[in-house]
Write a protein that binds this ligand. Structure first.
Ligand code: GRF
Length: 296
């Protein structure tokens, strides 16, 4: 099986038989200062133009670096540029806050450059304003006095040079225009083990009430890529939380939310370090930071 890297500047394939990376590197003038790829054996064969070959350096760890021009962007070791994130919220924004705190701690190689809120006044939007993060409202409110159209939203995200979108309790459907503008770049967190208890109408306490009523013994958050429907995009990460026999929906929600904060930070870190790859059947995987041969 094969998988593709999420970074469009650096297509990578994963071969499931030998689990080695094989990469075909294409040079884009707009790509970050460095492109790099890592392989644990030399089945890795980059195809570079002659002029670029001069700038290649092959290190003992088999990391290949190529200088492809300067755009002034800040770089992580091994050439991964810092990512610009947009977070979308509709409410309190505790996931947004935990991601922001992880960024301030240096656990995520990215910055939240804009917060998109479905309501100008909500916990998430107020937190963002306090932290100096620009807030934009989407979609248009009923009165029409504020809120962007899908077209203007995409333009605004482009203006902020957003690389990835993280939905964190955003209750509105993401417009097709945004999904087309950001392919394989939008993540959502849902508080149940999808595909169960997902879809239109499953949000907030409704999810946890349905989980308890069904009698399932386990629940937990799912992070998935976003498509044009509610909660149906490809699953990237899940965490299991036991459902206790005495649980109220609120108690279960609190336990799931704790896991959400951890898993979303881990996934955002992987995303910003370009450790997400696509298996050839379309399933996204996260490459372990500690052992690049391991995926989850
Ligand atoms: C979380 O439970 C998340 O899974 C769901 O909405 C909730 C948002 O919570 N999509 P918060 O606003 O991050 O506290």
């Amino acid at each position: 099986m094969e998988a593709q890297a999420i970074n469009p500047h650096f297509p990578t394939t994963l071969n499931s038989k030998n689990r080695n990376f094989m990469a075909k590197i294409t040079c884009f003038p707009q790509s970050p200062t460095w492109v790099s790829c890592k392989s644990h054996n030399l089945s890795f064969v980059p195809e570079f133009g002659t002029s670029l070959k001069k700038d290649l350096s092959l290190r003992s760890s088999c990391v290949v670096k190529a200088k492809v021009g300067s755009d002034g962007g800040e770089e992580l070791g091994e050439g991964v540029s810092r990512k610009n994130l947009a977070v979308f919220v509709s409410g309190g924004g505790s996931n947004f806050r935990s991601i922001h705190e992880a960024i301030l701690d240096g656990r995520i190689n990215g910055d939240i450059v804009v917060l998109v809120a479905s309501k100008a006044e909500c916990g998430g939007a107020n937190y963002a304003r306090n932290k100096g993060i620009p807030v934009i409202v989407f979609p248009k409110t009923k009165s029409g006095s504020e809120g962007l159209s899908p077209h203007d939203l995409v333009s605004a995200l482009r203006k902020f040079k957003v690389d990835n979108v993280l939905l964190a309790g955003f209750l509105k459907l993401i417009p097709a225009e945004l999904i087309r503008a950001y392919p394989k770049s939008i993540l959502n967190i849902h508080p149940s083990l999808l595909p169960s208890f997902g879809g239109k109408g499953y949000y907030g306490m409704k999810v946890h009430r349905a989980v308890i009523a069904s009698g399932v013994r386990y629940s937990g958050p799912t992070i998935h890529f976003v498509d044009e429907h509610y909660d149906t995009g490809r699953i990237l990460a899940q965490r299991v939380v036991p459902v206790l026999v005495t649980d109220t929906a609120e108690e279960l929600a609190a336990r799931v939310l704790q896991e959400e904060h951890q898993v979303y930070v881990e996934v955002a870190a992987a995303l910003c370090e370009e450790r997400i790859i696509w298996r050839e059947d379309g399933v996204p995987l996260i490459r372990s930071k500690d052992d690049p041969d391991k995926f989850s």
